[in-house]
Ligand binder design. Structure first.
Ligand code: UDX
Length: 446
């Protein structure tokens, strides 16, 4: 009998994981505490923009035309406990209000609500990003609350998916990491991931704390890499150098590599910022805070980028935003996503608005979310409408659509031909040829 899987929490991680497991051939039951989400997913629709996800979901949701019928959703804990051999916990762990630490209440609640219904052998697999030490604590909760006793086991299996590539990253991960305390748990997870394993995906077996740490360490490294190149951008700017050339040159050393060396307004989103903060907070609790004080610097370099972008824009329009029209291209925290959580682009737009600028934002997918978060900004239906009459254009999220814009056509409608590239993704030569004054972060003026 093939394993039956459940997925608890149907946000980014859970919705993608549930659909991907159905795609791999498993019967899957997803749970969310929000009936609205369950209803939407049951109709084959996802509450966010993620390339390929809705299509994959629709291929499997029971009751939809031509679907495999392997995927269903519910709000009932009893039903999933009854159904599943393996339960994936995919609820979110946001930053606590007013603190660096992460809020474990959703994870804790999921375990508290699931465990009392576990009457038959089951493997509960945590995927949420949690402070190290959580798995050991949650294993004790399971042992205490599950009627199945020792037959209800815990494993930790961190998730590394990137927004915008969630489907591909879930179906073909670059590694699978599992924290387990028994061979039984390991073999169940090998069964779940048999397809990617057969494609050669490395399978790393570890203890709980190591598996938990792998995730936070990976995100801390990525954040550090971005802040490193942004620090080089600051120095390049001061010295009259070009950080894009510098990144290209150091990237040829394959110990350094080219990836994650794009200088600009820095990282945002629902993961990197809160994960490095939670990591620092947890290290502090463990008495290892000195080891991670460098992450405080990584965080402040990153946050400085946003202010620096605002300053560059203010200087470029003559020292003040009052009465100036600012076109902002980009609202989501990265391209191919409608996610605006801690988005550097929207942060910059918001700061300029608060300093009296008239900001008009355009984003290919993030408009609805941006409007909800910053209802007082202006929004335009196309890039041309955003740029019309502008005193300055800011390129703040590197969507392909923006690289394909025609600088000649925009030159016709803009007030001033002045553009700042906050992502180092546009071709300066092209814009300058069309008569624009083009400035980018960490690059020489002309
Ligand atoms: C990240 C991790 O990459 C992923 O493995 C983890 O599971 C979740 O967190 P994600 O939040 O989707 O994924 O975004 P990512 O692609 O890492 O980008 C994060 C931010 O860094 C974005 O705002 C992006 O614009 C910025 N970035 C990225 C740069 O500023 N420069 C770069 O060179 C790369």
């Amino acid at each position: 009998m093939p394993l039956k899987l459940t997925v608890i929490g149907t946000g980014y991680l859970g919705a993608t994981h549930a659909a991907a497991m159905a795609e791999l051939g498993f019967e899957v039951l997803g749970l969310d505490i929000e009936p609205r989400k369950v209803e939407m997913l049951s109709q084959g629709r996802v509450p966010m923009y993620e390339p390929g996800l809705e299509e994959m979901l629709a291929r499997h949701v029971a009751g939809l035309d031509g679907s495999s019928g392997r995927l269903r959703f519910t709000t009932s804990w009893e039903e999933i406990a009854e159904f599943g051999d393996v339960h994936f916990v995919c609820v979110n762990t946001p930053q606590k209000h007013g603190e660096y630490a992460c809020d474990m209440s959703y994870v804790d609640r999921a375990f508290a609500l699931l465990a009392p219904h576990l009457r038959r052998p089951a493997l509960v697999v945590g995927k949420s990003t949690v402070p190290v030490g959580s798995a050991a604590r949650l294993a004790a909760t399971l042992a205490e609350l599950a009627p199945a006793g020792e037959d209800a086991e815990l494993a930790w299996n961190p998730e590394f998916l990137r927004e915008g590539f969630a489907v591909q990253d879930t179906l073909h991960p670059d590694r699978i990491v599992v924290g387990v305390t028994s061979e039984h748990a390991e073999s169940l997870l090998r069964e779940v991931y048999a397809t990617p394993l057969s494609e050669g995906t490395p399978f790393v077996v570890a203890d709980y704390p190591t598996a938990e740490l792998v995730k936070t360490a990976a995100n801390a490294f990525l954040a550090t890499k971005i802040s490193f190149i942004n620090a080089m951008a600051e120095v390049s700017e001061a010295a009259g150098g070009d950080v894009v050339k510098l990144a290209e040159a150091i990237g040829h050393d394959d110990r350094i590599g080219h990836k994650f060396l794009r200088a600009g307004i820095g990282f945002g989103g629902g993961c990197l910022p809160k994960d490095i903060r939670a990591f620092m907070a947890r290290a502090g609790e463990l008495g290892a805070d000195q080891a991670l004080t460098f992450l405080r610097e990584v965080d402040s370099i990153n946050m400085r980028r946003r202010t620096h972008m605002v300053e560059l824009a203010r200087d470029a329009v003559g020292g003040g935003f009052l009465g100036k029209r600012i076109a902002v291209l980009g609202a989501s925290f990265k391209p191919d996503s409608d996610d605006v959580r801690d988005s550097p682009a929207l942060n910059v737009a918001g700061q300029i608005h608060l300093q009296g600028g008239q900001v008009t934002v355009y984003d290919p997918k993030g408009m609805d979310n941006a409007r909800r978060l910053f209802p007082t900004l202006g929004y335009a239906p196309t890039p041309v409408d955003a740029v019309r009459g502008a005193d300055i254009v800011l390129h703040l999220t590197e969507w392909r659509e923006f690289r394909e814009l025609d600088p000649e056509a925009l030159a016709e409608v803009t007030g001033r031909r002045l553009i700042l590239d906050g992502r180092n993704a546009l071709d300066p030569a092209l814009w300058r040829k069309a008569g624009w004054t083009f400035r980018a972060m960490g690059r020489p003026a002309a």
